[in-house]
Design a protein around this ligand. Structure first.
Ligand code: NAD
Ligand code: INS
Length: 346
């Protein structure tokens, strides 16, 4: 058994023998990191937020003060801190490879926000490093797998009741995105969710990607290719189309329609409550992902904590992160060249 594997097992055992509280550090405390920090501090059983770390020192201090935990400026010092049992990475995608590899080197279980990394090669490096350890330590933050509607749709596909899936029609709209968002990030950061969801729902790998560039919205920043239309082909011959539109202004909308041989099914309609009043009728539209997928993030983090305390992983793996990264890398090539690009999973 390698040193890292021994350390990971020891981490789980130590946490369990201390009365179960897993001591967690969150790296990157912007939008998502703060959301996870709050979740770990207020509504995750068996876990305790003990430290936060961010390259922005003022932000680290402010968030640490808000939650009453330690501020650690250097993320690598947080990973190797003997008083930290496990880490949540919520830094931007370009920082993930180094931080996840450091977790693996030191035997620290990690929940890494999507994307695992921003290229196939770097994600594959993580898959290989984890394999060499002989123990799974990495979970990727594909939270849709923990959403009740996605789970129902997957169960329906698996039951075979509607016959073989033919199409998935997907809509992924954000009201707005941060100013640093690039055209490539619509694929790498946004469509990566549909890539993972398609693999999860259909149980098939994606073999080719084509990205089409419709005219850009005048609401999008100058030079940003927004929206985009992405076509994914699966190994079994199903087609998955994704409209990704990240400056849709009116709100956050994520929908999927399955078309199968003997019926169709839709999720993401947001039909919980339909109101009628003098102002008209209708329901509400989520502001962003935290509202739409809040319960899924809660379940994701709770299941991650429970699994780490048992010394296992119970969610999307490094391989899932790699498979999605490889498809998205092909998507970025298609976005640049306008051509259909095949996906090669090593
Ligand atoms: N699962 C989801 O639905 C979901 C939603 C939003 C964001 N995300 C993911 O979460 C991650 C963070 O996104 P965000 O929207 O919170 O971004 P953000 O820009 O709001 O926050 C990122 C934070 O990381 C810090 N940072 C940057 N480089 C760093 C480094 N090398 N080490 C330590 N800190 C660093 C920044 O200072 C910032 O505070 C991304 O991977 C993103 O794709 C996932
Ligand atoms: O990082 C975010 C996040 O992953 C959201 O779930 C997605 O809707 C956005 O498009 C993306 O930018």
């Amino acid at each position: 058994m390698s040193t890292a594997t021994t350390t990971a097992t020891a981490t789980a055992t130590a946490a369990a023998s201390r009365g179960g509280d897993l001591r967690v550090a969150v790296l990157g405390v912007g939008v998502m990191g703060q959301d996870h920090a709050r979740r770990l501090s207020t509504r995750t059983a068996g876990a305790r937020l003990v430290a936060v770390s961010d390259v922005d020192a003022a932000r680290t201090r402010a968030v640490a003060d808000e939650f009453g935990v330690r501020a650690v400026h250097d993320p690598f010092a947080a990973i190797t801190d003997p008083d930290v049992d496990a880490v949540v990475i919520a830094t931007p995608g370009f920082a993930h490879e180094e931080q996840v590899l450091a977790c693996l080197e030191h035997g620290v279980p990690v929940l890494c926000e999507k994307p695992l990394t921003t290229s196939a090669e770097t994600s594959l490096r993580i898959v290989r490093a984890e394999r060499e350890l002989g123990q799974q330590l990495v979970q990727v933050g594909f939270m849709r797998r923990f959403d009740a509607e996605y789970q129902q749709l997957r169960a329906l596909v698996a039951s075979g009741e509607l016959g073989r899936p033919l199409f998935l029609h997907c809509i992924h709209r954000n009201a707005s995105i941060p100013p640093h968002f690039t055209s490539e990030m619509l694929v790498l950061d946004s469509v990566v969710h549909e890539v993972d969801a398609a693999r999860y729902l259909l149980g098939e790998e994606i073999t080719a990607v084509t990205v089409l560039r419709p005219r850009a919205s005048s609401e999008a920043p100058e030079g940003l290719q927004d929206p985009q239309f992405v076509l994914l082909e699966t190994a079994g011959g199903a087609l998955v189309d994704v409209e990704v539109f990240v400056n849709a202004r009116y709100g956050y909308e994520v929908r999927t329609e399955l078309v199968a041989e003997r019926g169709t099914a839709q999720i993401g309609l947001g039909v919980d409550l339909v109101r009628r009043s003098a102002a008209g009728w209708g329901g509400s539209i989520p502001r962003d992902f935290r509202e739409r997928f809040g319960a899924a993030y809660d379940t994701e983090v709770q299941r991650w904590v429970d699994a780490v305390r048992r010394g296992t992983v119970d969610g999307p793996s490094a391989w899932d992160g790699y498979a999605a990264a490889a498809v998205c890398a092909a998507g970025v090539e298609s976005l640049r060249t306008g051509r259909r690009v095949e996906v090669d999973l090593s």
